[in-house]
Design a protein around this ligand. Structure first.
Ligand SMILES: [Zn+2]
Length: 568
């Protein structure tokens, strides 16, 4: 009480002194950017032509002439010659550490045919003769019949050692005969809870593909990743993120090894993104997880690192029928997929996490998993009061139309991976045939959710797919293959406009991380987290957005990426 009074007195004295001496001295800028097209993303969407930055913060946003008045002896002035400036991006669902680690393993991401995949594995095995196992991943499900690669194909390119390779989405794994034999996986091995061993329909023998928890039958034998590999992987991930204009992320699923890597680079000053980590929840352990997670949250609070989210996997993925649906898959009568936890357990877990102040981040693909997640958030709100928790659901591949208005109503953010929202082979070959046309209308319904006024945020799910936000933004606007020839839009009623998507990757991301008062838009007082682009996104066709390049990325006013061609 006494201290408060003294403090108040001191403040009043300070105010009187400033008033007595006239105006406080004008702060001089460290950096002034002029002649830019600045989309500030502030409320009401004002544009600006200049920004002034001091001590890592924006001190002015507006006209060139007024910005230049803040020039001092050591101010750097950069004429951007009409280029676009945006707040730097937030990727709200990315696996930055494990994605980076994968870059150093047998990396199959982006390969377009089965032959390319097998050639790459053969080449990697030959180049790494000393490795006891061939590991890595990134193979795309549609490259194999029924999304089901065979052990015989892998045996042909890795005959001498066990091989174990994750799919790009991380929900399937491919093992060769050596690996299956070492793990003792045979026709007599039962499917583990929450997993499936793909089998030959006649003999019942494992074919080489392991879904969800069945992967761990082999994976526990794979030599572990060393702490140094995580740190090396994170460095690679950070470089890529900054190149794409990303300086804030939500790590999608963190265990202590991943958190250690972030913490190490946070301490050394190398962490060039702000990290909000989603702590992986072992749903089998249920509410008893909360105490452990609270310990991690305390331990991993750093300068740019926080761990205040909890990640729950509600189901698997659509293509191998592990997503939880309200109605059966049409090719498997009676099979609606299996959620990874029962509704009662989900509600109890959500209540306990919410009560402990955790912001919940759910993986939900099927419409039943999405409904269960919304139900769990509603149960948490009823039990603990509807506070401003900003829980969110990622992926949202299929949403029942009845659930679309519930996001806004419950204050739940929709975390979309918009790069997936076009008719690629995952959709045409593996998803449409098992869902049928009626339900398929509601695949990735970004427009419908946005029109309810719910908060939309954007994430890449890298290394599942490209980390480039501009590619994802293009697809959200066009619903077409970003690399393909012009064609018909897929579910065109779900298209959104550019401003909606830019908000998703900037201000809405900051809001999701509870940082909306300190960053996310380019306004005086906020962090100077910004990017310079080579073209004005509002002045080009939507089909060209993915070709735009980030020239410069600033985090708190400091350069974390510069394109070599950018000399200003
Ligand atoms: Zn993910």
């Amino acid at each position: 009480m006494k201290n408060t009074r003294i403090l108040r007195l001191a403040l009043m004295t300070a105010v009187v002194l400033i008033a007595a001496c006239g105006r406080p001295p004008v702060e001089r800028a460290d950096l002034i950017l002029t002649n830019a097209v600045v989309a500030t993303m502030a409320a009401n969407g004002p544009r600006a032509e200049a920004l002034a930055i001091a001590h890592g913060k924006i001190i002015f946003s507006g006209e060139n002439s007024r910005a230049l008045k803040l020039r001092g002896g050591s101010t750097r002035v950069v004429d951007l010659g009409g280029r676009m400036v945006l707040p730097a991006f937030q990727d709200s669902h990315v696996h930055l550490v494990t994605g980076g680690v994968e870059l150093g393993l047998c990396d199959l991401n982006g390969l377009r045919t089965k032959e390319e995949v097998l050639a790459k594995i053969r080449q990697y095995a030959a180049a790494n003769p000393g490795l006891a196992w061939v590991t890595g991943g990134g193979w795309d499900l549609p490259l194999f019949p029924q999304a089901n690669p065979r052990k015989e194909d892998l045996d042909a390119v890795v005959p001498d050692r066990p091989a174990f390779l994750n799919s790009a989405d991380g929900h399937s794994a491919w093992a060769n005969s050596r690996a299956l034999a070492l793990a003792g996986v045979t026709r007599d091995t039962p499917d583990p809870a929450g997993g499936r061993i793909e089998r030959d329909p006649k003999s019942g023998a494992p074919t080489g593909t392991l879904r969800e928890s069945a992967a761990s039958l082999v994976e526990h034998l794979v030599p572990g990743i060393k702490p140094g590999d995580y740190i090396k992987g994170l460095r690679a991930g950070l470089a890529l993120a900054n190149r794409f204009g990303i300086v804030s992320i939500i790590e999608a699923s963190a265990n202590p090894e991943i958190l250690d890597a972030y913490a190490a680079l946070d301490r050394s000053g190398e962490l060039s993104v702000r990290v909000e980590a989603s702590l992986y929840v072992d749903t089998d352990r249920g509410v008893s997880e909360v105490g452990r997670l609270a310990g991690l949250r305390r331990r991993y609070a750093g300068k740019r690192l926080r761990a205040t989210m909890a990640k729950i996997f509600a189901d698997g993925v659509m293509e191998p029928h592990t997503a939880a649906l309200l109605e059966p898959y049409i090719d498997r009568p009676g099979d609606r997929g299996t959620p990874l936890l029962e509704p009662e357990a989900f509600n109890a877990l959500a209540r306990a996490l919410d009560l402990a102040g955790f912001q919940i981040h759910v993986h939900a693909i099927g419409d039943r998993a999405v409904r269960m997640s919304l139900d769990a958030f509603a149960a948490a709100g009823r039990a603990n009061g509807f506070r401003d928790m900003r829980h969110h659901i990622a992926h949202l591949e299929l949403i029942d139309p009845a659930d679309i208005p519930r996001f806004k109503r419950l204050g739940v953010a929709a975390n979309f991976q918009a790069l997936w929202a076009y008719a690629d082979t995952y959709i045409t070959d593996l998803t449409l045939p098992i869902l049928g046309p009626g339900r398929s209308r509601w695949l990735y319904p970004i427009g419908s959710v946005a029109r309810t006024g719910a908060v939309i945020v954007g994430g890449s799910d890298w290394s599942v797919s490209s980390m480039d936000p501009l590619q994802a933004i293009q697809v959200a606007l066009t619903r077409r293959d970003p690399d393909g020839p012009p064609g018909e839009a897929w579910n065109p009623e779900e298209r959104v406009d550019l401003a909606t998507m830019l908000r998703a990757y900037t201000v809405n991301g900051a809001w999701l991380s509870h940082d909306e008062t300190s960053r996310g838009s380019l306004e005086a007082g906020k962090a100077a987290d910004l990017i310079v682009l080579d073209r004005n996104l509002f002045a080009i066709p939507a089909s060209e957005i993915g070709r735009a390049r980030v020239l410069l990325t600033l985090l708190e006013g400091r350069e974390v990426f510069r394109d070599p061609s950018f000399k200003n």
